[in-house]
Design a protein around this ligand. Structure first.
Ligand code: HXC
Length: 258
């Protein structure tokens, strides 16, 4: 993991990209390093949440234009599968993933952030999908995820113009959940992660899967899946701990996640 550092704090894994020569532009090796970080988090039963951020001026300034430039359509088909698969993996990770957007999140960088469950931005973040200005379009799910997050009209404007927006506008359109000062970004990301970590993790993971299912399912199938998960949780110790704790008026409920 040459260009990614991995740090475990409590029940949260922090994955920091630090390929500063290209502003964390996504190249084959950086994508492999991010996957290695996710492998490490996934293999550790004590990890309940993941925070992804970038070191320096950029979260991720897009896919690596140098690496993409000379490729043929079939080569870029295979190459873009790496980014696309990484983003699908993030979406399917059992635990919640928080993108802490510290600076530029452009093209493939915003695509990756959109595959995370929650995005928070520092006040100096800049977000956009500038691909049309390079004569191409998104290749890792941007056209599919952005309309889902901000609505089709705003998504089309961002994609067709390639315009970069600032953190406040990203907040206004619902692309990020909140904006904080650059110094407070990681602190805020960890506070958010900790408030998730304190809940029953079987429940949090079931909820993540149910919300993801809603993307492709009709309301009836979605409600059935939700009810199945809801019912299954009544077999867990966590449900007895959580509901029993409420009934006994306990203050600090500690889940065992089983
Ligand atoms: C390769 C990149 C890069 C990128 C920055 N760099 N972004 N290299 N691919 N996406 C490199 C620059 O070439 C430069 O290298 C160094 O990082 C610093 O960048 P500067 O441009 O000098 O910095 P600055 O003036 O501050 O401008 C920052 C920036 C700009 C606004 C982020 O670099 C920029 O516009 N980058 C490209 C953004 C972009 O178009 N992304 C979308 C890519 S397409 P040197 O060697 O000169 O110091 C995409 C498709 C996704 O993402 C497909 C997924 C499968």
């Amino acid at each position: 993991m040459e260009n990614v550092s991995y740090q475990k704090t409590g029940n949260t894994a922090l994955i920091t990209l630090h390929k500063q020569d290209t502003m964390n532009a996504l190249c084959k090796s950086l994508i492999a390093d991010i996957n290695a970080g996710l492998d490490q988090a996934e293999a550790d039963a004590e990890i309940y949440t993941i925070v992804i951020t970038g070191y320096g001026k950029a979260f991720i300034a897009g896919a690596d234009i140098d690496e993409m430039y000379g490729k043929s359509p079939s080569e870029i088909w295979d190459w873009s599968a790496l980014g696309s698969s990484l983003n699908l993996r993030l979406e399917k990770m059992p635990c919640p993933v928080i993108a802490a957007i510290n600076g530029y999140a452009l093209g493939g960088g915003l695509e990756l952030a959109m595959a995370c469950d929650i995005r928070i931005a520092s006040g100096n973040a800049k977000l956009g999908l500038p691909e049309a200005g390079l004569g191409v379009i998104c290749g890792a799910g941007g056209t599919q995820r952005l309309p889902h997050i901000v609505g089709e009209g705003i998504a089309k404007e961002m994609i067709f113009t390639g315009k970069t927006i600032d953190a406040e506008e990203a907040y206004r359109i619902g692309l990020v959940n909140r904006v904080v000062s650059p110094d407070a970004l990681l602190e805020e990301a960890f506070a958010l992660a900790n408030s998730i970590n304190q809940n029953g993790q079987l429940a949090v993971r079931a909820a993540k899967e149910a919300v993801r299912f809603a993307r492709n399912a009709g309301i009836e199938d979605g409600c059935i899946l939700e009810r199945q998960k809801f019912s299954a949780l009544f077999e867990t110790e966590d449900q007895k701990t959580g509901m029993g704790g409420f009934l006994r008026k306990e203050k600090n409920i500690v889940f065992k996640n089983r």
